[in-house]
Design a binder for this molecule. Sequence first.
Ligand SMILES: Cc1cc2nc3c(=O)[nH]c(=O)nc-3n(C[C@H](O)[C@H](O)[C@H](O)COP(=O)(O)OP(=O)(O)OC[C@H]3O[C@@H](n4cnc5c(N)ncnc54)[C@H](O)[C@@H]3O)c2cc1C
Length: 194
Amino acid sequence: MCRGSEVLVVGGGNSAGQAAMFLSEQTRRVFLLLRSGDLQKGMSSYLAQRVESKENIEVLPHTEIRRMLGDQQLEAVEVENTQTGEVRTVATTAVFTFIGAIPRTDWLPAEIETSARGFVLTGPEVAGSPRWSAGRAPFLLETSRAGVFAAGDVRVGSINRVASAVGEGAMAIKFIHEYLAGFLAAGENGEAQW
Ligand SMILES: Cc1cc2nc3c(=O)[nH]c(=O)nc-3n(C[C@H](O)[C@H](O)[C@H](O)COP(=O)(O)OP(=O)(O)OC[C@H]3O[C@@H](n4cnc5c(N)ncnc54)[C@H](O)[C@@H]3O)c2cc1C
């Protein structure tokens, strides 16, 4: 859709860096907008180096979008350098934003505690929670509802990597086995505590 044109990528993390590299292969120029002044601050250094050495990627530090202009479709974006106050209009038909993910957890019942941003609390984070009612310490990936586990990006403090999400998934299975063994051993009278 934007082959041969100039595009904007917003964000300073690895997702934005990967997107900028990918888009630079097909487009004439990629403007990478950073709120901070340093690409290495939020991006792996190997990726930041690749971005910086790519001829058709222009990194715009301390820059935020102010207005998006166009009639039937996007035609230009007004950006401002927050340090100098300089406003610049970039002609573009496409903007890609990589400024953080919102977890789809609003359907979770209240007994499963989430952070203000909607990420699920697990393990030691729920040990002191008023929602934690079992008479034991929670397993590492257990939510505030005993017997319900969370793995991957949806957790507070996740490492946000494929390998860690897969590893946590495997760990959660192990904890579920332990949970079930304890639950069965607790018997009828101990169920409420377990
Ligand atoms: C652009 C980008 C580049 C990345 N690059 C890398 C990289 O190079 N290396 C790396 O290790 N990591 C990378 N990551 C991070 C990596 O993708 C994640 O950390 C990883 O995918 C997390 O796995 P997950 O299973 O926790 O979540 P996800 O992969 O997000 O999977 C969650 C799944 O749950 C589904 N879902 C959501 N709500 C519901 C519901 N109510 N019912 C049923 N299903 C639901 C979603 O559709 C999705 O399929 C990148 C991420 C992005 C966005």
